[in-house]
Design a protein around this ligand. Structure first.
Ligand code: NAI
Length: 344
């Protein structure tokens, strides 16, 4: 029986993983703690680990896993910016779940956008207090507005479809534009300059880190609404805060935050949060923050568990997989072997 250690486990993760693991005769030990250099020793004796978005799968962790004879890191998420893919090459294979529900994330992005601009979160609190005043509740129509979508992969394209349903004009930027998708691609600066709403759906890489910064915010329309359901590091949070304080950015909807790893997914009510930038952002009336929950639907949790378990069983059956993340071909379409042979 294969034995896996799952880190950063929350109660809602367990049912689907327990179901699929049992059906495939895999034993999973669920750890609540994150995988870090300090906790990597918990993986000793296991065949592999199952980390999530905020586990620190850096070179030290990878070396430790390699020492324990672990050959597989089965990420239970799409993004792998928290994995030192280069350090893993030749030591430990990395598999991920490239798509589990693009609808979950895209629908959450739209939910945040609508909440923010139509103030439904404020209305909910007001009417619960029998305050039926509409002062300060004026929103704006999405119909006819321009939305700039950065990254037109699986999630970006679902978001585009949703925006089209609202009668929005869609412009987009992607370093690898989709062919035959009927999407109007424009240079990034043009997208920044012409969008009423900007929604980020590209991965976090060295190229995309802080793509929203003081300089790019200055190029944006006054009153722009920025939506980020991708990765916090895409936005320089200090610059965003400055843009909001200067009344240049009209609103921000953030499901992710650059320094989220020690904060998101945990209950800090009743505690003092040390991150002043996050605290100031939360205090803004035009900032809406959710705690990296865009993926959190029944369908997505089921797909995550099923694909992770399939990745594990396939790997140990000696199969190659398009879900492998490799230092040499982080974009699977660029893979020289077409994944017909193992990368190492
Ligand atoms: P995808 O791989 O299908 O699409 C990403 C797109 O971004 C691709 O079209 C790619 O060409 C493009 N891209 C790459 N570099 C770019 C650059 N420098 N500038 C502009 N575009 C660039 O990925 P998918 O499934 O659509 O996911 C997008 C992101 O959403 C993931 O990287 C992940 O960080 C985030 N995510 C967030 C979740 C949440 O719960 N908040 C859940 C799942 C994913």
């Amino acid at each position: 029986m294969l034995k896996f250690a799952m880190f950063d486990t929350k109660p809602y993760d367990r049912p689907a993983f327990e179901r699929y693991a049992k059906a495939n005769e895999i034993e999973i030990k669920f750890y609540e703690t994150k995988l870090t250099a300090d906790t990597a020793s918990l993986a000793e004796g296991f065949d592999g680990v199952i980390p999530f978005v905020n586990d620190e799968v850096d070179a030290r962790v990878i070396d430790a896993l390699h020492r324990y004879g672990i050959r597989l890191i089965a990420m239970r998420c799409a993004g792998y910016n928290n994995v030192d893919v280069k350090a893993a090459y030749g030591k430990v294979h990395i598999l991920r779940v490239p798509a589990y529900s693009p609808y979950a994330v895209a629908e959450h992005a739209m939910a945040m956008l609508l909440t923010s601009i139509r103030r439904t979160h404020k209305a909910y609190i007001r009417t619960r207090d029998f305050n039926f005043s509409l002062s300060g509740m004026v929103g704006f129509d999405l119909h006819g507005k321009t939305v700039g979508v950065v990254g037109t992969g699986r999630i970006g394209r679902v978001f585009i479809d949703i925006c089209r349903g609202f009668g929005m004009r869609v412009i987009a930027y992607d370093t690898f534009p989709a062919k035959d998708a009927g999407i109007e691609y424009v240079p990034l600066d043009e997208l920044f300059a012409n969008s009423d709403v900007i929604s980020l759906h590209c991965p976090l890489t060295d190229d995309t880190r802080h793509m929203v910064n003081a300089e790019s915010i200055a190029k944006m329309k006054k009153g722009v609404v920025i939506v980020n359901t991708s990765r916090g590091g895409l936005i320089d949070a200090e610059a965003l805060l400055a843009g909001i304080k200067a009344r240049h950015v009209g609103a921000a909807c953030l499901d992710v935050y650059e320094e989220e790893s020690d904060i998101f997914f945990e209950d800090f009510s009743g505690h003092i949060v040390d991150d002043d930038t996050l605290a100031r952002l939360i205090s803004m009336p035009n900032v809406l923050i959710t705690s990296h929950q865009a993926f959190l639907t029944e369908e997505a949790l089921d797909n995550i568990a099923r694909t992770t378990v399939e990745n594990i069983t396939g790997f140990f059956a000696g199969k190659t997989s398009a879900n492998e993340v490799c230092y040499h071909c982080p974009r699977q379409s660029k893979c020289q072997s077409g994944h017909r042979t193992p990368c190492f």
